[in-house]
Design a protein around this ligand. Structure first.
Ligand code: HEC
Length: 141
């Protein structure tokens, strides 16, 4: 395929509706954080995917990145969503471990968003804070 073919393809895929919605569903019940520090660390490193308060980044408007971002956010909200604390949260029990083990936030996100790259002490603070928060305010129902 020549360069014109690639440009045409790039323009064409922008017409695919998937990935354009960028919706932030209403917050049905916010988790009660144990401290402002935990909340801040979570917002910096996790909130874009694991809450309904996603600050959709510029690259999420251009296909094919938009498809990947949309898919990540939908999957992440289904596992752990601090904006729907009135519903069961299957990922809550593993959250501290995902932080200290370095699985979360995902690598591609850390590459794009420097504020989500946590130091070892920040990881520890976030993990401890998540454990405390989820004990004090377990998800419903
Ligand atoms: C770029 C979006 C994104 C960010 C940012 C993000 N996650 Fe995730 N998270 C996902 C996706 C997608 C999955 C499901 C697929 C997977 O496991 O990789 C997931 C899965 C999880 C799970 C389920 C267990 C597991 O490891 O699969 C937990 C717990 C979790 N995330 C916690 C966090 C925490 C805590 C943060 C912040 C430190 C965070 N996530 C940041 C997208 C994200």
């Amino acid at each position: 395929m020549g360069i014109l073919g690639l440009i045409a393809l790039f323009l064409l895929i922008q017409l695919v509706p998937y990935g354009h919605a960028h919706d932030n569903p209403p917050v049905t019940q916010a988790v009660k954080w144990d401290s402002p520090r935990t909340q801040q660390l979570f917002e910096d490193a996790c909130g874009a995917c694991h809450s309904n308060l996603t600050n959709w980044p510029a690259d999420s408007y251009v296909a094919p990145t938009s498809w990947l971002v949309q898919h990540d956010v939908e999957e992440a909200r289904g596992i752990l969503n601090v904006s729907e604390w009135d519903k069961p949260q299957p990922g809550a029990g593993e959250a501290a471990e995902a932080v200290t083990g370095g699985e979360m936030p995902p690598l591609q996100y850390k590459l794009m968003h420097s504020s989500s790259r946590l130091s070892d002490s920040e990881k520890q603070d976030l993990a401890d804070g998540l454990t405390r928060t989820f004990q004090l305010d377990p998800p419903g129902p």
